[in-house]
Design a protein around this ligand. Structure first.
Ligand SMILES: Nc1ncnc2c1ncn2[C@@H]1O[C@H](COP(=O)(O)OP(=O)(O)OP(=O)(O)O)[C@@H](O)[C@H]1O
Length: 232
């Protein structure tokens, strides 16, 4: 049994059918990336896993437990965390308050020291308000807010988007440390180099259909796939 088993997801916005029989599996300690063109359905897949979008049909099993149809807070309680593209931190609270608040209702929590070891920059900025952080620091804080709840699976939606290359490098390093420490991650990211550096395995989604699945290391040798589905 895989840690996360997704079968036959069909998701809609109103009458628009967005995901078509999406199936994926994620092993424990694995980093799985979901890539595809703009509008292919990557964010909708993460939102469907998290219960933010409610799939009309399909199954989402985490450690064998069915999560499809549950609300996001219930899914979070079972050990899934989604770091949204728009980060969702509290601007009026400082860094440490943001982290503590996120962890309040969690069954298990990372100690603050472990968070700060992963993101030394957050330790330096721990008394700064959310609104005073740079984009990169906000992204670190958004990830920290997910990690403090000691998730079984963390879903990252475009964590490097809009960040300067030097910040991307720092965040990449943190994500690599996280992966090495055994954190299971599902990553959606436009930065293909970063994606292939981080991921063990990749799914390509095209018009809401899973079009390819395979090891990240092999995708680098398949330029025709990248051309066909990503236009690169
Ligand atoms: N809230 C919404 N209401 C209606 N349609 C939506 C909504 N969110 C997304 N869509 C549509 O669903 C489709 C899939 O969007 P989604 O955000 O999942 O794509 P994506 O692969 O993550 O792309 P991007 O990289 O542009 O975020 C697109 O056609 C998009 O316009």
């Amino acid at each position: 049994m895989s840690l996360l088993e997704v079968e036959g997801l069909n998701s809609y916005y109103g009458d628009s059918h967005i995901l078509f029989d999406v199936s994926m599996r994620v092993e424990k300690n694995e980093v799985v990336a979901l890539i595809g063109r703009n509008g292919a359905g990557k964010s909708t897949t993460l939102k469907s896993l998290m219960g933010v979008v409610r799939p009309r049909t399909g199954s989402i099993r985490l450690e064998g437990e069915e999560l499809a149809g549950r609300k996001a807070h219930a899914v979070a309680r079972r050990g899934m965390q989604l770091v949204h593209e728009d980060r969702r931190i509290f601007g009026s609270l400082n860094v440490e308050e943001n982290i503590i608040l996120a962890g309040l209702t969690a069954e298990n929590r990372w100690p603050l020291d472990r968070i700060y070891e992963m993101f030394p920059r957050l330790k330096e900025r721990r008394t700064s308000r959310g609104t005073d952080l740079s984009g990169g620091e906000q992204q670190m804080l958004a990830i920290a807010r997910a990690l403090v709840r000691d998730p079984r699976v963390v879903l990252l939606d475009e964590p490097f988007e809009g960040l300067a290359p030097v910040i991307v490098r720092d965040l990449m390093r943190a994500c690599q440390d996280l992966a090495r420490a055994g954190q299971t991650i599902v990553l959606v990211e436009q930065n293909l180099a970063a994606t292939l550096a981080l991921a063990d395995r990749v799914y390509i989604i095209n018009n809401g259909h899973i079009a390819h699945e395979g090891p990240a290391s092999e995708l680098k040798k398949q330029p025709e796939l990248l051309q066909r589905y990503l236009g690169v």
